[in-house]
Design a protein around this ligand. Structure first.
Ligand code: SF4
Ligand code: SF4
Length: 197
């Protein structure tokens, strides 16, 4: 019985089926016209586009999307004028605290499981508190590997991890950009007014 199943899988596995000669279509590129062969019309068209952007970018004033950062910041403008909406912007992470000031995370491992960049690392340990079984003894996010997709905050069952409106994240080394539990809790402390839970 087991061998019949194995034979059937082999027979219907598309990777093991050879491509028939009659299924192969050969497509030949159309020959270029004389004007295409000398590239001249395309060069003129390209210059035209460059000059159009050159002249139309003058005199745009406040409608320009270029900001004089850091004096001007994206949060000072609405999204239609190059700004950001703090309530749904996906910047650097924070670990939220509960009403007692403790880390809210219950170390369920949902966020590292769902993370497509594999940049969340948690060591779960027995909780020192009675209201939960586990807590994160270690919680790290590599902000350089993160793609800021927001999947971790979507997956969290207790709203412990969130992305904040902070986007000017800097570090002098790769290690500085690996945010540990204390740093993530600190981000919560400084962003709670900007993005209340
Ligand atoms: S935002 Fe996406 S990539 Fe970044 S830690 Fe969360 S799940 Fe991973
Ligand atoms: S999903 Fe939430 S509770 Fe679970 S490990 Fe991640 S931050 Fe902690």
């Amino acid at each position: 019985m087991a061998s019949r199943t194995c034979e059937a899988e082999t027979r219907y596995n598309p990777r093991s089926m050879p491509i028939r000669d009659e299924d192969i279509i050969t497509i030949k590129a159309a020959p270029m016209t004389t004007s295409e062969a000398v590239y001249f019309p395309s060069i003129i068209k390209g210059f035209g586009t460059t000059m159009r952007h050159f002249f139309t970018s003058f005199g745009q004033g406040h409608t320009s999307r270029t900001l004089q950062y850091p004096e001007q910041r994206r949060e000072h403008y609405d999204p239609e004028h190059g700004g950001l909406e703090p309530s749904n912007f996906r910047g650097v992470h924070r670990l939220n605290r509960d009403s007692a000031g403790r880390v809210k995370c219950v170390a369920c491992m949902m966020c590292p499981t769902i993370c497509p960049a594999n940049c969340i690392h948690i060591d779960a340990a027995e909780s020192p508190w009675d209201d939960r079984e586990k807590y994160p003894a270690k919680f790290e996010i590599d902000e350089l590997r993160c793609i800021f997709c927001g999947m971790c905050e979507e997956a969290c069952p207790v709203d412990a991890i969130e992305l904040t409106p902070l986007y000017d994240v800097v570090g002098k080394s790769r290690q500085e950009m690996v945010y540990d539990k204390n740093k993530l809790l600190h981000v919560y402390d400084i962003t709670i007014d900007q993005k209340p839970m």
